[in-house]
Design a binder for this molecule. Sequence first.
Ligand SMILES: Nc1ncnc2c1ncn2[C@@H]1O[C@H](COP(=O)(O)OP(=O)(O)O)[C@@H](O)[C@H]1O
Ligand SMILES: [Mg+2]
Length: 236
Amino acid sequence: MKIAVINFSGNVGKTTLARHLLVPRIDGAELVVVESLNADEGQGQALRGRQFGELQEYLQTVHSAVVDIGASNVEDLLGLMQRYRGSHEDFDGFVVPTVPALKQQQDTIATLVALARLGVPPSKVRLVFNMLEDGVDVQPTFFLVLAFLQQQPVAIANPACRLGANEIYARIRCSEADLATLARDDTNYKSLIVQAPDTATKLDLAHKLATRRLACGVVPELDACFAALALEAVPA
Ligand SMILES: Nc1ncnc2c1ncn2[C@@H]1O[C@H](COP(=O)(O)OP(=O)(O)O)[C@@H](O)[C@H]1O
Ligand SMILES: [Mg+2]
């Protein structure tokens, strides 16, 4: 399965969702990063939008991939998809993360319009409602995007495709850590903290304990969001 994570907006969670929602749950998926601005950030293979020809060729050689398309490349890339007619068909699905801020909702609408213009069928385009505060509903928060989709149903918007705002992502942003591994960590931090010789060591261990607790909480949420995306149901 080949999935593109796309939005004209930065800071909607494209990289976060690619790394922590999609890659770990798609069998054998490689992470491909199309990002010219901060190419050395994060893992994966860095490609520029204008190297689209190479990206297409590369995609033919792998079975599964998640392509994280940096905001600075989206327009480039969509233009190239237009030029290489039909190339969007290399992707089985387009995951579009969106966040509550109105500017980002507007950019999300623009992204959905651009995908529709390319000829991507609505069934292949899935929204993920990201960074919801606790107890907040999708419908009122994302009224702008949802009202647009009522008028023009160019994507699938399942309110169950939601992720809460969680500080775990900031904590592990600069590490290679994967959340399932962090959640499985069975170190007895409490006893290590008791035995630790100094405060700095205790604090370091306490930080790891807190990270594990957050990971344990967020993995089931990511599982539920992934299941609700129903990517396996995307028509080939
Ligand atoms: N659900 C979330 N809760 C809290 N912070 C998040 C969440 N999703 C993303 N972030 C944070 O928001 C920032 C932007 O996310 P990122 O994935 O880099 O966005 P993009 O790739 O779209 O620019 C990062 O600091 C990331 O850790
Ligand atoms: Mg990014």
